[in-house]
Ligand binder design. Structure first.
Ligand code: PGA
Length: 258
């Protein structure tokens, strides 16, 4: 792990937690994690809980993020939510291009690019997800797919902005399957991502980019993943839905910081 890049652990709650459940979870996390300092902690609840949690997280060390946004600033876009609305309820981060959106909703790299642009314009930090499917890995296309997601998904980002973007490498075969990538497999792709960002944008800026690993992260595997030079945190799905699971992940990642 490189200490110049403040590690970031994000909980992606996906389509889970009604407001009462969300409040209970957040109260528990605040209690468990109030003294964590060396690590950035972000939770991304569903839209319906954002406003309530935005209030509850004021003055806490846990930050709020959304799971998506729309690229236009306002207008006739039924069902969509804008970046300024997210900021209005206290969001600082937004996940963009999650594989579930790419696969279930047909989200393309072009859409990802426009969403990343909007997020940066509104001073939201985008967490941009990239990663290959199992068949792509088996066909030896992992690097090709990741390069395609990055080159096209970040096509509207300027050189001087790239250090602000967080990248989440999430091999699709590891998401929700209980089968995480090994630390070595993760590092191999993370190092590739950093080199690519250096080639496309700028080497110094690329050195500052935080790259999270996502896919079946749990308390048992976080420490090993965080040992790797280019693993700067995690995007956690299932294990972020319990107080014990998420706080243990943050604490075990944190142990490696100090
Ligand atoms: P998982 O999900 O931790 O449940 O595998 C990760 C993600 O999809 O962000």
């Amino acid at each position: 792990m490189n200490l110049q890049r403040k590690p970031i652990i994000t909980g992606n709650w996906k389509m889970n937690q009604k407001i009462s459940e969300a409040i209970e979870l957040v109260n528990g996390l605040k209690r468990e994690l109030y003294d964590e300092e060396g690590i950035e902690i972000v939770i991304c609840p569903p839209y319906t809980a954002l406003s309530e949690l935005g209030e509850s997280l004021q003055d806490s060390n846990i930050q709020l993020g959304a799971q998506d946004l729309f690229w236009e600033s306002s207008g006739a876009y039924t069902g969509e939510v804008s970046a300024s609305m997210l900021k209005d309820v206290g969001c600082r981060y937004v996940i963009i291009g999650h594989s579930e959106r790419r696969h279930y909703l047909g989200e393309t790299n072009e859409m990802v690019a426009k969403k990343v642009r909007r997020a940066l314009d509104e001073k939201l930090i985008p967490i941009v997800c990239v990663g290959e499917r199992l068949e792509e890995r088996e066909e030896g296309k992992t690097f090709e797919v990741v390069k395609d997601h990055l080159a096209n998904g970040l096509s509207l980002v300027k050189k001087e902005e790239i250090h602000e973007v967080v990248i989440a490498y999430e091999p699709v075969w590891a998401i929700g399957t209980g089968k995480n990538a090994t630390a070595g497999q993760a590092e191999e792709v993370h190092a590739f991502i950093r080199k690519l960002l250096g080639d496309v944008f700028d080497k110094t800026a690329a050195a500052r980019v935080r790259i999270q690993y996502g896919g079946s992260v749990k308390p048992e595997n976080i420490a090993e993943l965080m040992e790797e030079e280019d693993v700067n945190g995690a995007l956690v799905g299932g294990a972020s839905l319990t107080i014990e699971g998420f706080s243990q992940i943050v604490k075990r990642a944190h142990i490696r910081v100090s």
